[in-house]
Design a binder for this molecule. Structure first.
Ligand code: NI
Length: 174
């Protein structure tokens, strides 16, 4: 297992559409393990392969709280089959967009079909944080980011700020 560097905006790779996996073999399992390790290391609750530069439809999630036992979930080729009319709003962050939190309204419940790490086709009905997180990660597989929910002006401002921060790695706030 290894921790991978996480790609951040404005890297164009984040806008690309990921390809489906055609099998779940050793290399796919290794990729899933790397994603879990990278996600836990960054204290994230979800990570899609595109965020480490691999354009494959695979993502990992763990929405368990600190007090709870870890609950690692891996979704391969996930497809949203059903969404509720009822919505919920969470303030979302993203490991690819540092220091940015955006309130986003999404369907409260979603039903998703996916392939598990055992290669079997599965179904899950999600609610609450898991539902929001899974929709956020599936958006990554289609090149969509949380800043795409904002107006162009706001989006450009955020990207400009992050690009500037990247150019000033030694800047300190005291
Ligand atoms: Ni994200």
């Amino acid at each position: 297992m290894s921790i991978k560097p996480i790609i951040t905006v404005p890297d164009e790779v984040l806008k690309k559409i990921s390809d489906p996996l055609d099998k779940v073999g050793e290399s796919e399992k290794k990729l899933a393990n790397d994603l879990f390790e990278t996600m836990y290391n960054s204290k994230g609750i979800g990570l899609a392969a595109v965020q480490v530069g691999v354009l494959k439809r695979i993502l990992v999630i763990d929405v368990s709280s600190k007090e709870e036992k870890k609950n690692p979930l891996c979704f391969i080729n996930p497809i949203i089959k059903k969404i509720s009319d009822e919505t919920s709003i969470y303030e979302e962050g993203c490991l690819s967009i540092p220091d940015t939190f955006i309130e986003i309204e999404r369907p409260k419940i979603c039903e998703v079909e996916y392939v598990g790490l055992d290669g079997k086709l599965k179904n899950i009905k999600c609610d609450g944080l898991l539902s929001t997180c899974l929709q956020h990660e599936i958006n990554h597989l289609d090149g969509k980011l949380i800043i795409d929910h904002l107006s162009k002006l706001k989006k450009d401002m955020i990207i400009k700020k992050i690009s500037k921060d990247k150019k000033n790695p030694n800047r300190v706030i005291v």
